[in-house]
Design a protein around this ligand. Structure first.
Ligand SMILES: *Cc1c(COP(=O)(O)O)cnc(C)c1O
Length: 388
């Protein structure tokens, strides 16, 4: 938990002490209470054998995850950011290459591209989905023929990006596709799991993700044995066996403790995702009609976040905080305008949709353990704000 969030939760706790209803943004404790016995046993079993790296827990969880995504290989790594970096490296992305991604993603997508030595370039998103706009992607690919080595669509907020279109455009331009599925474990695009469309798919098990560990973790999914082998080498000092190192790799493994915890929680991810969809439905039923959301289209979202677009966001957040409702913003600054990306040479106005979204998006509490009364309370508090 970040310090900022701890402070926020202290405020909420103070509200609760005064008898106020409090709706935290997420509540991991409730998720773990129900699983405590199983988690305890899984952790104890790793300690009993004191086998912490590259053991049966990792293998079992990788097998489960590959089957869950409908792919041949799943390779556990230390974080979602490592997953992206190793997948791009495994495909051969190198210094001087260009890799295109959505202008409204989390900073890690750009950081992973930069870590390979490649240059991130951005593409705008579509207004009603917040995901990569295929028409804009065509523009980028045409303008930068041959320079673009890979495209990294992001399944933002748990809602699948249009993979059929994006895949076709990328391949026509000779680029690989690496899905950033860090927010979308289990989401379906045209009936198929995300993470199974690209040359590789990348997941994060950061504790608050739809499937989250007790710390950091990540996974690369692929149907290509060479990509799987290369990611295995990258995560483990470039080792293929014993003291044989085929490249100067990294320490980027998913450890057995995390894998054991994740394997316990994995059994519930579908149930939790279904619950998230139900909660999204409650929000949509009750929010004032003036509040715009994003459409799911024909695909199956897993609602990692429930995001709406609101006027007067700062004042609304203050109002909600006073009411005991914790909110967040994903993300307040588009990637091309982040100080960290200054050297890429972009300017205000380059990606107007992403910039507009950065000003308007607001993430409401979303957690499989929210009650209908919690959701009604949040919606009523929002309605009250706009009626004033
Ligand atoms: C969480 C996240 C990541 C990074 O995952 P870590 O495990 O925190 O490194 C990358 N991309 C997106 C879209 C994310 O939400």
């Amino acid at each position: 938990m970040t310090i900022e969030r701890e402070q926020h939760l202290r405020l909420l706790t103070a509200g609760a002490a005064r008898g106020m209803r409090v709706v935290p943004f997420v509540n991991l404790s409730r998720q773990h209470e129900a699983l405590w016995g199983d988690l305890d046993a899984a952790i104890a079993s790793v300690f009993r054998r004191s086998a912490f790296i590259d053991g049966t827990e990792l293998r079992e969880f990788e097998d489960w995850f590959a089957e869950f995504c409908g792919v041949r290989y799943a390779v556990g790594v230390a974080s979602g950011t490592d997953a992206l970096e190793f997948a791009l490296r495994a495909l051969g992305v190198k210094p001087g290459d260009e890799v295109v991604t959505a202008a409204n993603s989390f900073i890690a997508t750009a950081a992973a591209i930069t870590a390979t030595g490649a240059r991130p370039s951005f593409v705008d998103v579509s207004e009603d989905t917040g995901n990569v706009d295929p028409a804009r992607l065509v523009d980028v690919m045409t303008a930068r023929v041959k320079a673009v080595r890979a495209v990294v669509p992001v399944h933002l907020y748990g809602r699948p990006a249009p993979m059929a279109e994006i895949g076709a455009i990328a391949r026509a331009g000779g680029a690989w596709v690496v899905e950033d599925a860090a927010q979308a474990h289990g989401a379906l695009c045209g009936g198929r799991r995300v993470g199974s469309f690209g040359d590789a798919g990348c997941f994060s098990f950061y504790p608050t993700k739809n499937l989250g560990g007790a710390g950091d973790g990540g996974m690369v999914t692929t149907n290509d044995e060479r990509v799987a082998d290369a990611v295995r080498a990258w995560r483990n000092h470039g080792r293929t066996s014993g003291n044989h190192h085929v490249l100067l790799g990294r320490t980027g493994r998913l450890d057995n403790l995390q894998a054991a915890v994740l394997r316990v929680k994995a059994e519930f991810v579908e149930e939790w995702n279904a619950r998230r969809r139900e909660i999204a439905g409650w929000y949509r039923d009750r929010l004032p009609p003036a509040i715009r959301g994003f459409s799911d289209g024909p695909d199956v979202s897993v609602h990692h976040l429930f995001v709406v677009r609101v006027p007067d966001r700062v004042a609304l957040r203050v109002h909600l905080q006073r009411k005991g409702v914790e909110t967040a913003v994903h993300y307040p600054i588009a990637l091309h305008l982040q100080p960290a990306c200054r050297e890429l040479g972009y300017k205000i106005g380059d990606f107007p949709v992403a910039e507009r979204l950065a000003r308007e998006v607001l993430s409401l509490p979303m957690d499989p353990f929210l009650s209908r009364a919690d959701v009604n309370y949040v919606c009523d508090a929002i309605a009250e704000f706009y009626e004033r």
